[in-house]
Design a protein around this ligand. Structure first.
Ligand code: ADP
Ligand code: MG
Length: 162
């Protein structure tokens, strides 16, 4: 059974703050690392990504990579690759956009990662976002490499207590 931790936010602002936490964490990781975001339109992928970018130290606005497929940022010599796989049709296209090279080299945010589950890196957090009601979002968090306790610490006050 895959271990899962649930985080929850009650507003877009909280999702942004949660993202900032994740961005700080991502920046501090010594190995390549991806945050994979799965969720319907309006789930909060963009809100969270912008928070992650701020926590990572990106100055200014992050635009959506929907058309570019990948946007690249650099902070203090560290790269952050922000992917949106929504418009890709074939897994082979990942090769052309440098997906494997980049995710193996640096830090990344991958939106719509569920389109190509086989292609995703192992060193990752997988966040499946569920819309609970107008203001509540639940983040089902799994990872091939992190333990539940670590995912709880990472979520901090956003850990959902049943
Ligand atoms: P996506 O990129 O997944 O399509 P967005 O981040 O663009 O989603 O949009 C999320 C929408 O949901 C925004 O309009 C935001 O104001 C609203 N919202 C309401 N509650 C939350 C919450 N807890 N977290 C994130 N967004 C929320
Ligand atoms: Mg979006």
């Amino acid at each position: 059974m895959i271990e899962q931790v649930i985080w929850q936010t009650q507003s877009p602002e909280e999702t942004h703050l949660l993202g900032q936490r994740l961005g700080h964490w991502l920046k501090e990781q010594e190995q390549p690392m991806a945050i994979i975001l799965i969720g319907d339109l309006g789930a909060g992928k963009t809100q969270l990504s912008q928070g992650i970018g701020q926590g990572f130290g990106i100055q200014g606005t992050m635009t959506s990579p929907t058309f570019a497929i990948v946007n690249t940022y650099e902070v203090d010599g560290q790269f952050l690759y922000h992917f949106d796989l929504y418009r890709l049709e074939e897994e082979e296209e990942l090769e052309n956009i440098g997906f494997y090279e980049l995710t193996e080299r640096g830090k990344s945010i991958i939106e719509w990662g569920n389109k190509f589950p086989e292609a995703l890196p192992e060193e990752a957090l997988v966040l499946t976002i569920e819309i609970m009601d107008e203001k509540t979002r639940r983040f089902m968090v799994t990872s091939p490499i992190f333990k539940m306790d670590e995912l709880k610490v990472l979520g901090g006050s956003y850990v959902y207590r049943h």
